[in-house]
Design a protein around this ligand. Structure first.
Ligand code: SAM
Length: 286
């Protein structure tokens, strides 16, 4: 054990998603100091730890044995051992194993400490140029097209930026479904091979992106995140209920251009969306 590690604590440690230099000093200190490292794939993580000259006992904890292993790990934590949880890449629990262990540990009153670091979704969002103040992470979409389209349909009106993980062999199909459900004009960003040699971040209307990816097999390889701009409110949706009410009254008396100008003045709204709304309300005299 070293200064970075306390007895009986579970550390959830993020590891690189491609570039080994992205590991934090603290992650190295924790991994080097714990009694046990629970890893998704012991061989994969063994190579990573060897690279940093860390020799610690490693235990496999993956999606097929997590429930049973979680109980064993909690027992060891209760006996005072310190444990680090890592996954193959990035932050554990984020489309990776670890949820059952963390839940069980917390239920048992064990201190759980995150050691933050790389995560593909956040890295992609930070460089995508899409609104980042509000976003939702949807993980992997269903692998079958009908179920995938259904999920996308449920998200079609979502105004926040949408983030998905995707496997390379499904990229074309998924982009095709996005064009079908969101429309060819919806802005989509493909963030591929982040922090690796062939890192590519390409944003375009969905239809164009599909054609671009379809025309270049190299863009269909590697690890990837898809980000979709949330649905933008149409002009008529931007009109408040009060402005709409006033516009309706004015339209009974005035031509559309005057009614919308006056409604804009009274309510402090923009004239254009009021004018457009007026068109849909069926003014007799535009
Ligand atoms: N826990 C990881 C994290 O924190 O991002 C995610 C693990 S999930 C099993 C793997 C998926 O993450 C990949 O299929 C891909 O969608 C995304 N991913 C991981 N590394 C990536 C990278 N270097 N570039 C782009 N996407 C990546």
């Amino acid at each position: 054990m070293n200064e970075a590690v306390e007895a009986g604590v579970l550390y959830v440690v993020a590891t690189p998603i491609g570039n080994r230099a992205d590991i934090s000093q603290r992650a190295l200190a924790v991994l080097g100091g714990v009694d046990l490292i629970a890893a998704e794939d012991t061989r994969h993580s063994g190579r990573l730890l060897q690279h940093y000259h860390i020799e610690r006992q490693i235990l496999a904890l993956h999606e097929h044995n997590e429930r049973q292993r979680a109980a064993e790990v909690v027992t060891r934590l209760q006996q005072g051992q310190s444990v680090a949880l890592i996954s193959d890449a990035g932050t554990p629990l984020i489309s990776d194993p670890g949820y059952h262990l963390v839940r069980l540990a917390r239920e048992a009153g064990i201190k759980v400490v995150p050691v933050p670091g790389p995560n593909a979704m956040i890295a992609a969002l930070s460089a995508a140029g899409l609104p980042s103040d509000r976003f939702i992470f949807e993980g992997f979409l269903p692998s079958k097209s009908a179920a995938r389209q259904k999920r996308l349909q449920a998200l079609a009106d979502e105004p926040r930026t949408l983030i998905f993980y995707e496997a390379p062999h499904r990229l074309l199909e998924t982009l095709g479904d996005m064009v079908a459900v969101f429309g060819a004009q919806r802005h989509v960003v493909l963030a591929r091979e982040l922090s690796k040699t062939f890192e590519t971040i390409k944003g375009a209307p969905a239809g164009e992106l599909l054609a671009w990816v379809g025309g270049d097999p190299d863009q269909q390889k590697g690890e990837m995140v898809l980000l979709v701009k949330g649905r933008e409110a149409t002009d008529s949706e931007e009109v408040s209920a009060e402005a709409r009410r006033i516009l309706k009254i004015l339209l009974d008396e005035l031509p559309l251009s005057q009614a919308s100008a006056l409604a804009a003045k009274i309510t402090g709204s923009k004239k254009k969306p009021l004018y457009q709304l007026g068109l849909t309300l069926g003014s007799g005299n535009p």
